[in-house]
Design a protein around this ligand. Structure first.
Ligand code: NAP
Length: 432
């Protein structure tokens, strides 16, 4: 028998469990361990609440979770309840699928002012992540600034711009819906430190901005290179740039909310008395390596809310080699140390779609098969249970999760949208 522990129950974790199941059949026991009492990581807490079709992939993970060889071990935090060294004693392979749940810091003066949030916190807030449920952002100023030209910037912009009716059918949490319903935001500025040809936004997500009920995206034709240059772009980026060019067409009339793309605009400082009142931006131009270089021209954009969507990083774990510059575990093709592996964003850094994690999981399953043979008679889940019982850790199982999920659906029956539990205590209480 082989014993495998997967730390993290998001896409990378469940694709790894699925791949190990396929690799070893009945001759494996896989524990998927998560610090929260609920599974699915990024699917529940990161994917935009109005992108329910993306969240539907959780059904695939459920099939894996309900099989005899795999179990979910929720409410167990590695580093607090059990250490990596202890897991290495108990399991033949330990796989870190911990994602990249921390914001890359926005390293400019004023970044700690009130009203300035990283996207991990802000997205976690509207998705009901227990660590961010108390964020309480204010939407009382007309200006909001989103920093970054990736898909997370688009998600945040869309959620700020949508009407409550447009959010019906989503699983945005009640506190976020209530806060956004009072929003006084009239102008959302999306800052890109480089130009339209350098965006990291994908066409489908960008196209959605063009179909909002009360908000219109706007670009400035002066920011674009000649049309013919688009032919040089990779097809996906070319489609995205076509959307951006369409957004520069004259508007029919005033709209309640404008979404302004401000390209070649690098944030240099945030200013305000306790809370952000303006962002100072420097015009840029691109150097020969297509890096943004400041021109010295600066201007201020008034705003009461800033969300920095400049990418994520994997939090380090004591004793695990870490690549600080790239914000991920130091690894060679997923191998960290003998018996210790990483997958998904913890291995590659935060890039790609949910599906990108699938081949990652299969790669690690191949490595594990090559490295551990038929296993080495370790204690596996029985050993973990004994250790956690000794420490009075209250494990939440996948069956418990199904009860929690049913309770969430029941709460929502009274009215849309679906209401999630936003505290660990409430989640645990809901399992009955
Ligand atoms: P991302 O795609 O890496 O984009 C980060 C953006 O931040 C880039 O435009 C980058 O500009 C900018 N940036 C970085 N540092 C900056 C700084 N100091 N000042 C100003 N701008 C800065 O990251 P993401 O948006 O967080 O997305 C993470 C991954 O999740 C991506 O693969 C994304 O496609 C995926 N995702 C997908 C979906 C979806 O499919 N619907 C939704 C959300 C996220 P430079 O290019 O100049 O570095």
């Amino acid at each position: 028998m082989r014993h495998i522990a997967v730390i993290g129950s998001g896409p990378a974790g469940y694709y790894t469990a699925e791949a190990c199941q396929k690799q070893f059949g009945d001759a494996v026991r896989i524990d998927v361990i998560d610090k929260l009492p609920v599974p699915y990581g990024l699917i529940r807490f990161g994917v935009a609440p109005d992108h329910q079709s993306i969240k539907a992939v959780a059904k695939r993970y459920e099939a894996v979770a309900l099989s005899d060889t795999v179990r979910f071990v929720g409410n167990v935090m590695v580093g607090r309840d059990v250490s990596i060294a202890e897991l290495a004693q108990l399991y033949d392979a330990v796989v870190l699928a911990t994602g990249a749940p921390a914001d890359r810091p926005l390293d400019i003066p004023g970044a700690t002012l009130g009203g300035v949030f990283g996207s991990a916190a802000f997205v976690g807030w509207y998705n009901g992540h227990p660590e961010f449920a108390q964020l309480n952002p204010a939407f009382d100023a007309p200006g909001a600034v989103i920093i970054g030209n990736g898909n997370v910037a688009l998600d945040v912009t869309r959620i700020l711009a949508k009407t409550p009716d447009e959010l019906a059918g989503s699983d945005i949490v009640a506190h976020a819906l209530a806060g956004l319903a009072e929003s006084k935001i009239k102008r959302i500025t999306i800052l890109g430190r480089r130009g339209p040809h350098q965006i990291a936004m994908t066409p489908k997500e960008l196209g959605e901005l063009g179909h909002l009920a009360r908000a219109r995206p706007m670009t400035d034709p002066k920011d674009f290179p000649p049309d013919a240059d688009d032919a040089l772009l990779e097809p996906g980026v070319r489609k995205s740039v076509t959307h951006l060019r369409d957004f520069s067409a004259p508007q029919d009339g005033p709209t309640p909310i404008t979404i302004e793309f401000d390209f070649f605009a690098m944030p240099v400082a945030l200013e305000g008395d306790g809370r952000v009142e303006r962002i100072i931006v420097e015009r840029t131009q691109l150097d020969a390596q297509l890096r943004a270089v400041g021109t010295g021209e600066r201007y201020a954009i008034p705003c009461g809310l800033v969300v920095s969507c400049v990418g994520y990083q994997t939090p380090p774990i004591e004793g695990v080699p870490y690549e600080h510059g790239r914000g991920r575990f130091a690894n060679s093709d997923g191998r960290i140390l003998p018996g210790l592996y990483c997958v998904g964003w913890a291995r590659r850094g935060p890039s790609g779609t949910i599906g990108t994690n699938r081949p990652d999981g299969y790669l690690i399953a191949d490595h594990i098969a090559a490295d551990i043979g038929t296993g080495s008679r370790k204690a596996g889940r029985a050993g973990l249970d004994a250790l956690l019982a000794e420490r009075h850790v209250d494990i939440v199982t996948f069956r418990d999760w199904l009860t929690i999920e049913a309770a969430e659906v029941a709460r929502a029956r009274a009215g849309a949208p679906r209401e999630k539990f936003v505290s660990v205590a409430d989640m645990i209480a809901a399992r009955g």
